[in-house]
Each structure stands twice: as C-alpha cells, then as structure tokens.
Design a protein around this ligand. Sequence first.
Ligand code: SF4
Length: 339
Amino acid sequence: MPWKGEKEPYKIWLSEVILQQTRVEQGWAYYEKFLQAFPTIHDLAGAPEQKVFKLWEGLGYYNRCRHLIATAKKISAEYKGVFPSTYESIRELKGIGPYTAAAIASFAFGLPHAVVDGNVLRVLARYFGLPTPIDTTTGKKLYTELADSLLDKRHPGIYNQAIMDFGATVCKPQNPLCDNCPLQKDCGAYQQDKVGILPVKEKSIRKRTRWLYYFFLETRDNKVYIRQRTGKDIWEDLYEFVLWEAEGPLDLPAEITKKGFARELFGKEPLTVRHISKLYRQQLSHQTIHGQFITVSLGKPLPELKGYLLVDRRKLDEYAFPKFINAWFLDPTPVQSLF
Ligand code: SF4
C-alpha cells in the first residue's frame, strides 16, 4: 500500500478517511488521485467543493467527503495548514473518530494510542477467547482498555500496524490461517474451538429495500433535468434525474400506458417515452436499491417540475452522480424501445 510506513499526517488522514468502508484495492486509486489533485491541505481546503465531490465520486458514504473538506478548511485556517499534533486536538476534527485519531497520533507523531478497528477487535476477541459482543458499549470499553494495556508504548506506530496487519492477513474474518499461526498455542478461541463464532456481534443490521425510477427527461435542445439531493438520506449532495420512488417493483410498460402515469410529477404534459432500461441493483450497507431509467423526449420544458435544474446534456460529467446512476451511464442499453 502506498501509505504504509507513511509519517506525514495529511497523507495518513487522507488514506484512513478513504479506507473507512472502502476496500484497499478501490481506495488506492482514489488516494493517489487526491494527492495528485491536492498535494497539501491548503490545496484541498481551497478547492471548489464540487471538484472535491467529483473526485470522490464512486467511493460512496459522502459524509466522509464533507468531513474531509470541513477538516481541511479548519486546519488550513486555524493551524496554518499544519496538522495538529496532540491526540486531543486531532480528535476534535470533524470526521475523525477514536480509531483514525489513534492511527494519526501513533503513525505520524509516535504517541501512545492504540488503534481499535475491526481487525484489532477480531484478534483480541479470538486470542483472549472473549464472548463480549464487540458492538456494545460494554464491549467497546473492554476491548479499548485491553488494546491500550497491550500497546508497546515505545513503538506505538509499529505495534498498531502489526496487529492490524495480523488481523487482515492471518486472523482473517473468514478462513483464518490458524494452522500456521504463531499464536495458536495460546489462542483462546483456537483452544476452545470457538474461532468460527468469535468475535460476537449483538446487533444485526436491519436492511431496507427501495425502488427508484429515474426519468431522463431530454428537451429538444439537448437539455436534461437534474437536481442535487438534500436531506438526511443516501447520496446527500449528489445529483440525480427526476425521481419517482415507488413502494415496490413496477411493471413499467403497463404503468406507462395508464392514463394518470406519473401525473404527480409531470402534471398534464404528454410524455414520449423512448426507452426503458434494464433493472439496476446496488447493495449499500443498510439498503438494497433497485431501479430503472426511463428516457423521455419532451416537446417543451415542464413548468410543474420544481427544484430541478435544466442543464446541457454534454455538461453532465461536471456533476457528481451516485454510483447507481453512473452504472446506467456506463451501460445504458435499453431493454425496451418504445419509440
Ligand atoms: S490461532 Fe487462529 S484464531 Fe487464534 S489468533 Fe491465530 S489465526 Fe487467530
């Protein structure tokens, strides 16, 4: 990994923020793109937000990007672009939780703070054979105290890196390499035959399924309706086409022949539906998104369509869209041509 052994706090922070909820293989390219576009915190802080969001496009969890911008601005303005060097001051920055603060404090500044990420929790729960769930308040306290007590205070950076790497490569979530593990003899989970059930998690995540139908409404002069998503929902601040969210799956050709089709969106204007896309699906951590894209030609702009911008189709790549919509851009083959 390009950031391994890194001592510069800006780079460690950037890599940690990118890697939260992102696989290393995917995050790597983004890390390099960001460093190239914004070599310093001042560069990131001074960049137009739309440019930063555009570069973040595809990584998901856009709150991370918002926090990245806010923290860069704060460090640029209040710390003259120099990353703060105490654990407490790092922890006060937006989007930096105990894990990222400990990583920056130990890797960049050699401060004695133990990192406690998913890898570390798994190693500790298994090695000590602990049944306490890792996602409860009691569990978080117990594992954090245990991690702190084990930390090599003279070499916190090396120790933290080692235990995280051990969890990622040997004591893996699935198929851990117990047969070749140097800790096998003293490992509680191995000795008690509990490797498969540790660590324990209490909360099972409730998943929600959503059905999003997007209208790609194109005017005669090649303009398209888009809007920026707001509110506390998925894809906040990203752009989308005209959305019709349904309670469940729709039979689109049948819906389209109905008289009152999408009247709440378009009023009485007649629509010429040209294409209906195949069904797209995206799995988010708490939601499964299904949906289709309906390409529509408009004779004239729709006065009823409030809150949407009419933009030149050729300029759509200046706006950041969710991965779900980009998947359609990349593969827009219609399953149904209606015109
Ligand atoms: S023996 Fe298996 S479960 Fe125990 S620490 Fe090693 S890899 Fe992890």
